[in-house]
Design a protein around this ligand. Structure first.
Ligand code: ATP
Ligand code: MG
Ligand code: ZN
Length: 497
């Protein structure tokens, strides 16, 4: 009987389920059919595989060839199964020994010339292979990316190289990951003159992972400040970096194996659709919120985003993940991101400015601000006004601290929070808040007083308490005192006051 089974893996979101490529050579008119929920790109493997095998000088069996991709209920896409199908045909037609394929996973698209082409989602597959002690053969172009998973990776250029390796004639050398390149330098906070309060808010947000809204008139430096956030963010743990890299690996062309340890900073344009933000398509690709997993999602000109796009952020902001169901695909992408937003306070931009008078009516202002729904605004921990400085004022002001100085404090606080609570202050649950955010007597008095005076909702109180936790950590205090709470309350709901 001419049957072969080649084991491989698919990329299903950040999972990499097993797929068996079964090849059967039967009697009847020569043909090749592929079954097992393939999409168009997989079905076209027929022609690519036939071309690759014949141009490489192998005999293409003149039989009725059936390729079954099991399990059948798992949707399959792309050219990732080409190599496994070609090897399956070689084994079934006795041109290759099945023993040589044991314990291997094969993931590459084939060119008609027999060359191996890269596929998306390589890192999640490589991570799973490393966990299961499977070795991998893939295109050289994917080898560096896969080698980050610390499994056994063989990169090859051509189908003939793969076969020479499997036959033991010309073994391939396992790929070692390159030393990571130094990160390109991000814009530095030293460029920002004055603006002590916004700089302070940015530091607190970076240290505790809090979401932050910067608002103020045009040219006041909101975009300038936000663009400098990456330069002070705490470093990623290896696990976090790997999780975020696995998502980049699924997005077409987003993966950069040299800089995979960098915290994501995504800055989508305000014309972005909700699909671009949350992800979608068939098969579903991760959106901006997932590409910002463990990193920052910066939404500049917040009110200019479509209402629908902004509202789509509410659920992931709460749960830290996004579920996408498209056709047969049901995926869940992680999306734990820190939201940083910037906006003008009104349509003309000058509401609250010292020199320019705002020409907007109260109605216009209200309408403009209401483009950001209450529930979204309610999920933003800190709001800070960025006032406009005149050129003369800017001249007279010293440049501020450099990013390196600020980053040192931020890193120390984040490490303290991770050691104490296992997560940044922004993610503390209500139960943890009660346990971990102890107030001294002054803090308790302030809390009672503020609760009555400001009529805080439970949620906005908790939000302020998390911010106060970070402020106390920055000041090296174990308990939260009156001052810390007062500062944290100062960052609440300012825009609409
Ligand atoms: N505090 C500052 N220190 C140094 N340069 C500044 C400062 N504030 C503003 N600038 C200069 O003004 C330019 C405009 O700032 P930026 O683009 O950040 O404004 P913005 O608040 O985002 O305005 P808009 O509301 O129009 O988007 C900056 O590129 C920078 O050159
Ligand atoms: Mg701007
Ligand atoms: Zn105005």
């Amino acid at each position: 009987m001419s049957l072969s089974v080649v084991h491989t893996r698919s990329a299903y979101g950040v999972d990499a389920p097993k797929v068996d490529v079964e090849v059967h050579l039967g009697g009847g008119l020569p043909s090749l059919s592929i079954v097992g929920l393939p999409n168009t790109a997989v079905r076209e493997a027929r022609d690519r595989v036939r071309g690759a095998l014949t141009t490489s000088g192998f005999e293409f069996p003149r039989r009725r060839i059936t390729v079954n991709l099991a399990p059948a209920d798992l949707p399959k896409n792309g050219g990732r199964f080409d190599l496994a199908i070609a090897l399956g045909i070689l084994v079934a037609s006795k041109q290759l020994d099945s023993q040589a394929l044991k314990g291997g996973v094969f993931s590459a698209e084939l060119a008609l010339s027999g060359h191996l082409r890269p596929v998306s989602g390589t890192l999640p597959v490589a991570l799973q292979c490393a966990r299961e002690n499977e070795w991998m053969i893939l295109s050289n172009a994917n080898a560096q990316e896969a080698s980050l998973a610390a499994g056994v990776i063989y990169g090859a250029n051509h189908l003939l190289d793969v076969c020479a390796h499997l036959r033991g004639i010309h073994p391939l050398t396992p790929t070692q990951p390159n030393a990571p390149a130094p990160l390109p330098s991000a814009p530095d906070l030293a460029d920002v003159h004055g603006q002590h309060l916004p700089r302070r808010a940015l530091e607190i947000a970076a240290a505790g992972g809090h979401s932050l809204l910067l608002y103020g008139p045009p040219g006041s430096g909101k975009s300038l400040l936000a663009a400098r956030l990456p330069s002070i963010l705490p470093s990623l743990t290896t696990n976090q970096a790997m999780e975020s890299a696995a998502i980049q690996s699924l997005a077409h062309g987003a993966f950069d194996p040299m800089h995979w340890r960098r915290r994501g900073f995504r800055n989508p344009h305000h014309s972005s659709s909700s699909k671009a933000l949350t992800g979608g398509g068939v098969p579903p690709k991760p959106g901006e919120i997932s590409l910002a997993h463990h990193g920052v999602l910066f939404l500049d000109e917040l009110p200019e985003f479509a209402r629908q796009a902004l509202d789509a952020l509410r659920e992931p902001l709460e749960t830290g993940e996004i579920r996408l169901s498209r056709a047969a695909w049901q995926l869940c992408f992680p999306a734990q991101f820190q939201l940083i937003a910037a906006m003008n306070p009104c349509p003309c931009g000058y509401h609250g400015d010292r020199q320019h008078t705002c020409r907007c009516t109260p109605n216009q202002i209200q309408h403009y601000q209401s483009r950001i729904s209450g529930p979204l605004l309610d999920r933003i921990d800190m709001q800070i006004n960025v006032p406009r400085l005149t050129p003369v004022e800017l001249e007279g002001m010293e440049p501020g601290e450099s990013s390196a100085q600020v980053a040192e404090r931020v890193e120390a606080v984040r490490q303290r929070q991770l050691q104490r609570d296992g997560q940044p202050a922004a993610n503390l649950s209500s139960a943890q808040l009660q346990q971990r955010c102890r107030l001294d007597s002054g803090g308790q008095a302030m809390m009672r007083e503020a609760g009555e005076r400001l009529g805080l909702s439970a949620r906005s109180w908790q939000r302020s308490l998390r911010v106060a936790r970070t402020i106390a950590d920055l000041a090296h205090y174990r308990e939260i005192n009156q001052q810390h709470i007062a500062e944290a309350l100062g960052y609440r709901d300012r825009l609409r006051d």
